[in-house]
Design a binder for this molecule. Sequence first.
Ligand code: NAP
Length: 251
Amino acid sequence: MYALITGASSGIGYHCAKILASKGYDLIITARSVDKLNKLKDEVEKEYKKNVVVIPLDISKQENISELFIQTKDYEIEVVINNAGLGKVGMFNEVTDAEDYNMININVTAMHMILKHYADVLNSGYILTVASVASFCPGPKMATYYATKNYIRSYAEAIRYELKKMKKNVGVTILAPGPVDTNFNDTANVTFTLKGVAADKCASYAIKRMFKKKKFATPKWTVRWATRFMRILPHRTSMRICYKSQSKKQK
Ligand SMILES: NC(=O)c1ccc[n+]([C@@H]2O[C@H](COP(=O)([O-])OP(=O)(O)OC[C@H]3O[C@@H](n4cnc5c(N)ncnc54)[C@H](OP(=O)(O)O)[C@@H]3O)[C@@H](O)[C@H]2O)c1
């Protein structure tokens, strides 16, 4: 049985891959960095004696998303970790058009199509879609990122509901973490103001929740409570908090 992991070359995706291999899954791993994917393949084959298929792809391009579906169609997939994504901090007009397109192409289009495709073709299994605590409110000073994560959280909740109505045995879990120590900061050009959770701990918590078919996975109880609070706060208040905290985070 195979587990497909997007964004497996680093951070949360990398640790999800290692944990799933330790649980007996063969892996299909994808990202752009071929060297990192091949290194992960060597580690997994040596440590866990599992088969690893490497598919190097830039999923910001629509044709590559279709290519992923073609290349995975003959594998028996039970787990999908829909994880590859990125953020960018700054006022809306400080983020370039190219950066906005890239975030929307990956965090919205690719994540949407991957969730849709595998929710449809899997007979039974588990899909973890990686959103963020940012998915519960608008995010001034990181507006595009927050909007993309709101989108994918909303889409995943609806797909989860529809799968239940269809009585299909496929779980959809939404990972909504606060800060996690990965390469995300460098890409987003931020420094966290709160202490991040370790990427392996985040992945392990998310996978536990996914196998229980829980709706949300938010590691760290303080962040879980903050998220609950955020969801009932008027957006005017949460935006004020967000603007202040993003301003402190900008490098
Ligand atoms: N770290 C946090 O604080 C945090 C908090 C909440 C949510 N998240 C979410 O967690 C997910 C994983 O991020 P991370 O924190 O683990 O950061 P990361 O270490 O930067 O990992 C991002 C992964 O996405 C892949 N990726 C980026 N652009 C890609 C592209 N065009 N095509 C294919 N793959 C691409 C990267 O691989 P290549 O560069 O090799 O392509 C990498 O494997 C993201 O969806 C992020 O929004 C992170």
